[in-house]
Structure formats: structure tokens, C-alpha cells
Design a protein. Structure first.
Length: 155
């Protein structure tokens, strides 16, 4: 019930872990014109339900083939530009230097909700760790549908 979430964090959301693992590999996979081929990378997800109005916050640990510094990862993300579509933000990724950002209440509306906020970059033994936030309806379901429609129209 809705009362279970007040002053609480629920450490399991049925089906969400598998969905995140598959969708990540699908987004980074390839399309041969007939079917999508999942990326071969390993993805492990753990999902928690937290009482925020909007915004999905992910804690990401990325193991990389080559050594990467936190500064290199930040610079790479800062350099990403949007795509040439009416609803695409000019700046796709906003990098926060503060270790306690991004936060859903403060940062879910970057680029009118169509951007992605990242921060808290740290080097790990095998790569880099960071936090990633996207508005789950503006950038997610609704926004992605609008961008897909704009892309189909353009092509």
C-alpha cells in the first residue's frame, strides 16, 4: 500500500532489476535492420523504491578495460552533445562537481527535464563510480516517445 513508502526505502521492486540489466544492454547493443543484439557487457542492478516525486537516481560502477580517472570520465560526459531534434536538449549531460549531487529534488529538471545529471565521480580499482539522475517521465517515458517520433519524422 502507499503507506508502506512513507519514511521508508523498499529494497526490492519486482522485475526492475532484470529490466535494468536487459534495457542497458539493449541500449548499448546494435540493430542489424531486423533485430536488436544485446551488448555483451555484464550488468548487475539493485533497485530501491524511495519516496521521490520524480527522478530515477542510479549509482553506477563501471569497470573499464583501460585505467580512467574521475576527471577523464567527467570530461567525457561533459563533452556529450544532444542530437539535432526539436525536443533534444543542447546539453545532454550536466556534470556536477559537488559530491552530494545530483539529487532528485534539486536536479531532475536539468535542461527542462530532458537532460541527464551526473556527479560524485570517484576512481575505483577497476574503473570509475558515479551517480546518474534522469527525470523518469520527462526524459523517460514521455520524452523518449517524443524524441522517437521526432527522429522518425526526420528520417
Amino acid at each position: 500500500t502507499s503507506m508502506e513508502i512513507i519514511d521508508n526505502a523498499i529494497p526490492h521492486i519486482g522485475g526492475e532489476e532484470q529490466k535494468m540489466e536487459t534495457e542497458s544492454r539493449k541500449l548499448l547493443g546494435s540493430f542489424d535492420g531486423a533485430e536488436v543484439h544485446l551488448n555483451e557487457m555484464d550488468v548487475a542492478a539493485s533497485c530501491n523504491r524511495i519516496p521521490t516525486l520524480d527522478g530515477h537516481l542510479e549509482n553506477v560502477w563501471a569497470d573499464t578495460a583501460e585505467d580512467i580517472s574521475a576527471a577523464d570520465a567527467e570530461a567525457a560526459m561533459e563533452s556529450v552533445t544532444g542530437i539535432d531534434l526539436p525536443s533534444s536538449p543542447e546539453k545532454l549531460i550536466t556534470v556536477f562537481e559537488e559530491p552530494d549531487r545530483p539529487q532528485p529534488r534539486l536536479d531532475r529538471n536539468v535542461e527542462d527535464g530532458m537532460g541527464v545529471a551526473v556527479g560524485g565521480f570517484r576512481e575505483t580499482t577497476d574503473g570509475v563510480q558515479f551517480n546518474c539522475l534522469a527525470h523518469n517521465t520527462m526524459r523517460g517515458a514521455a520524452g523518449a516517445s517524443v524524441l522517437n517520433g521526432e527522429l522518425l519524422n526526420k528520417r
